[in-house]
Ligand binder design. Structure first.
Ligand SMILES: C=C(O[C@H]1C=CC=C(C(=O)O)[C@@H]1O)C(=O)O
Length: 352
């Protein structure tokens, strides 16, 4: 990792953009270093490079391959600990505010405005000392099955995260994605019981993908939902794969999938307006997506590999802003949803 971090430190000093990432279950860390400080935006996902997209429909930033240098590292990491972690306690004001927001979401569902909405909050924590290399290594070590990244652009800021959710992998006309939703803490048990609330919340996502990709695919297969672990949390997941038909292209698939009901809601546009009007803060890149665009940096093949930006934080000089949300359905309870965000906040708190 030393020479990779020499390059990172050089780039940070010169205020130049870079991204470091490691794919789920991979041992290789890839670094992409843009050699100027322009902000480039993708035009219909035709470029090759690394994209970073916000939650709201808007400009998708790309680090273009032809303007960047690439470096690899294969760090030796100690094995992760399973210790429970209490973490810094959030403010009681935040709790009241979030529970009121969840109640408003439940009321809107009862009034028939939408059937699911994903509501979130952000929490700032002080970081008097921050060692990027140490934090990044802890993230790799703790979350071997996540997509781990650190992304920086001098005109946007620094973001870091360890997300369990793939948005889309596409190569030629084949693709795969997942429906990930429903959360409970990992308690070391082999047999896990899921309530109807979580099952329904996850089925919404699977159903949305199946209904909406139908017109641009010629084949699609779905696994049964199964339990998957992300750090100290468990989720329900359905694997989805298929073949895109000739009416399709990458832009069309992304426009359909993003933002999925795992981070936004159903129907998508009403849920999104409710979020924008009521959450009371700007999600920016949280619940956006990021990843390789039209280029697999490991194999140099033409493929795209995008992840949803979850379990992430925005880093400022002496502060980190953490972001976490949860799917609200008619059966949600504000207190339980609050606890879920507290558990999700530990993903980043644990490595700081
Ligand atoms: C919106 C988040 O998680 C999503 C992904 C998995 C499980 C979720 C849930 O159980 O609510 C969310 O849909 C987040 O972690 O901030």
């Amino acid at each position: 990792m030393n020479s990779l971090f020499d390059k990172v430190n050089q780039h940070r000093k010169q205020h130049l953009p870079f991204v470091l990432y490691r794919k789920p279950n991979s041992k290789t860390v890839i670094g992409l270093f843009q050699e100027n400080d322009h902000l480039y935006f993708s035009k219909d996902f035709h470029e090759k490079g690394f994209v970073f997209a916000p939650f709201r429909n808007g400009d998708v930033i790309v680090f273009p391959l032809e303007l960047s240098s690439v470096k690899f590292a294969a760090p030796h990491l100690a094995s992760a600990s399973d210790e429970d972690f209490a973490g810094i306690q959030p403010d009681s004001h935040d709790k009241e505010h979030f529970m009121a927001l969840v109640q408003k979401g439940i009321d809107a569902i009862d009034q028939g405005l939408f059937s699911k909405v994903v509501l979130s909050r952000s929490e700032a924590i002080a970081l008097p000392e921050f060692d990027l290399e140490a934090v990044f290594e802890r993230m790799l070590q703790q979350y071997s099955t996540a997509f781990c990244y650190c992304w920086f652009h001098p005109k946007v800021g620094m973001w870091m995260g360890a997300t369990p959710e793939k948005l889309l992998y596409a190569k030629e006309n084949k693709f795969n994605t997942m429906a990930l939703a429903g959360t409970q803490p990992f308690q070391g048990n082999d047999v896990v019981f899921w309530q109807n609330k979580e099952r329904e919340e996850q089925e919404f996502v699977t159903h949305f993908i199946s209904e909406n990709l139908k017109d641009i695919t010629s084949e699609m297969t779905f696994s049964s939902p199964y339990t998957t672990r992300a750090g100290n949390l468990l989720h329900l997941k359905t694997d989805i794969e298929g073949v895109l038909n000739t009416h399709s292209n990458l832009k069309k698939v992304i426009d359909i999938l993003h933002p999925t009901p795992a981070v936004c809601g159903l129907p998508k546009l009403v849920a999104q307006s409710f979020i924008l009007e009521n959450e009371g803060y700007d999600r920016e890149y949280y619940t956006g997506f990021l990843g390789e665009l039209n280029h697999d940096f490991n194999t140099n093949e033409m493929a795209s590999d995008f992840y949803v930006n979850l379990r992430c934080m925005k880093l400022e000089k002496d502060k980190a802003h953490l972001y976490m949300g949860c799917g609200i359905t008619k059966n949600s309870h504000p207190e339980a949803e609050w606890e879920e965000t507290v558990n999700k906040s530990k993903t980043m708190k644990r490595i700081l």
